[in-house]
Design a binder for this molecule. Structure first.
Ligand SMILES: Cc1ncc(COP(=O)(O)O)c(C=O)c1O
Ligand SMILES: N[C@@H](CCOP(=O)(O)O)C(=O)O
Length: 462
């Protein structure tokens, strides 16, 4: 499989190269040149298989010959062995026809573990083969950072620097990043928003001398491997409800657009997904883009679903590339316009996007109310990101078509929001029970590429 950049001017790479490269050298994002498909029989045959086997069958065509089947199979097995649920991604019925896909049974209690645990394994295989050392730089609104630290902590050939917006992640999320004692991981509190962190990340990737000098690698969803790994649970969930024999709808709480893009790829591979519903919180740039046709950024406002406090939605570039007929020059021009505030989406591209995605938003009050409603109706306690999805999903239910809402984080990661809605603080699982007794290690850093660069150069060992 060959991978091409959304901006059309970076080298074409194989899977392993694209994974180790992260951001393309022209500033774009890598995507597979063609989308592999599974026949209805191949999809039907996934029913009842272990998660790991489905992952192997779905991911193999994307990985191509970068890893042998044994290597990939071993990496998948190790990636999911630490999950605390035998199904890895269990599906529970919330109400007749409306299901929750629980994606928080990995070590850091959010859906990020599905991809991060796997790419942690694949990075180790690739680095062992090449003998290289890398410096991973990540930007997080809370969950990617903790998942990355968990996946790469303690490795001798990797340094990990995670930038998060100071004061804008939950206490649990911050402590997940700041308490690991491993010398190779560094939590950086940036004076800014998540969008600032992501922009600084791209600044440093686009500084080719620095990038090459420290062997910069990226594990945000700018890395195609992140999106790819998330395709799998769309298959396991849909097949367990009768796909390919019936159409299934999905609602995805959305910020950086990685998770819902994985849903699009599942659909393009042949999974009969009907609606793909984008659910945003009050930072609703994507909902506004779909409804008005104008993709315009602003400043993210802190919310009770902080992981989705995002205005510049990185993976939307991939969706635009597909909608603009894979025109790298057009995407480069649009991304330049985005730096000065935004752009109108062309009519043709907008029509294509609207054929694939629908959208909705949940205000702060609606999110809180939905946590309370679900608790009252089912006894279930859901996290605020999940509540955003459930609220929007309920507006898109269709008779006879099952709806699956993605439950992207464990409620214990956001105890204040949950307590504000239902008066209880969900307990952390046993492996994190002493999280608030552990020592924290945080470096405060200015929202400035040079300061972040100096810090990395001073701290890295790899
Ligand atoms: C808990 C949670 N839900 C939803 C999202 C949004 O996912 P994406 O950025 O892939 O759109 C995030 C952040 O990525 C998250 O951490
Ligand atoms: N919500 C994310 C933001 C980063 O997204 P990514 O999928 O691009 O890594 C987070 O929790 O950090």
């Amino acid at each position: 499989m060959r991978y091409v950049s959304t901006r059309g001017r970076a080298p074409v790479l194989n899977f392993e190269q694209a994974m180790m490269t992260g951001l393309a050298r022209d500033g774009g994002l890598y995507l597979p040149e063609t989308i592999p498909t599974l026949t209805p029989d191949q999809i039907a045959a996934l029913a009842g298989l272990p998660y790991e086997e489905v992952a192997l069958r779905v991911l193999t065509p994307f990985v191509g010959d970068s890893f042998t089947q044994d290597e990939l199979k071993g990496a998948i097995a190790r990636a999911y062995a630490g999950f605390d649920h035998v199904s890895r991604a269990p599906l529970i019925e919330l109400a007749p026809g409306h299901h929750l896909l629980e994606l928080f049974h990995g070590p850091t209690l959010a859906f990020k573990d599905f991809a991060m645990q796997l790419i942690g394994q694949l990075f180790q295989l690739a680095l062992a083969r090449s003998g290289d050392r890398v410096t991973i730089l990540g930007a997080t609104s809370g969950d990617t950072g903790s998942a990355a630290i968990e996946a790469f902590r303690g490795l001798t050939n990797v340094d990990v620097f995670i930038m998060y917006p100071h004061g804008r992640v939950s206490d649990v999320q911050r402590r997940q990043m700041s308490t690991p004692a491993d010398a190779n991981v560094h939590a950086l509190a940036v004076d800014g928003t998540f969008d600032d962190c992501q922009a600084r990340l791209k600044d440093l990737f686009n500084d080719h001398d620095f990038r090459d000098g420290v062997g910069l690698a990226g594990v945000n969803s700018i890395n195609w491997a992140r999106v790819m790994a998330q395709i799998v649970y769309y298959f396991t969930a849909a097949v367990s409800l009768g796909a390919p024999g019936r159409v299934i709808d999905f609602t995805v709480p959305t910020g950086n657009f990685g998770d819902i893009l994985a849903g699009y790829f599942a659909k393009a591979m042949g999974l009969p997904i009907g609606q793909l519903v984008i659910a945003t919180n009050q930072n609703d740039i994507l909902h506004r883009a779909l409804t008005t046709g104008e993709y315009r950024t602003g400043t993210a406002r802190p919310s009770i679903s902080p992981s989705m406090d995002i205005q510049v939605s990185s993976n939307f570039e991939r969706a635009l590339w597909l909608a603009y007929g894979r025109d790298g020059a057009a995407i480069s021009a649009l991304m330049d316009e985005l730096k000065s505030g935004g752009f109108p989406i062309s009519q043709g591209a907008l029509e294509q996007l609207r054929e694939i995605y629908v959208s909705g938003r949940a205000s702060e009050e609606e999110t809180t109310a939905m946590i309370a409603t679900i608790r009252a109706e089912t006894g279930q306690v859901i996290c605020p990101h999940t509540a955003v999805a459930v609220k929007v999903a309920r507006e898109h239910l269709r008779p006879g078509v099952p709806m699956i809402s993605l439950s992207t984080a464990h409620p214990a990661k956001f105890p204040d929001a949950v307590e504000g809605a239902v008066g209880i603080r969900p307990p952390l699982p046993p492996h994190m029970a002493d999280l608030f007794e552990r020592d924290e290690r945080i470096t405060r850093v200015a929202n400035d590429a040079e300061s972040i660069k100096s810090l990395i150069l001073a701290r890295r060992t790899a």
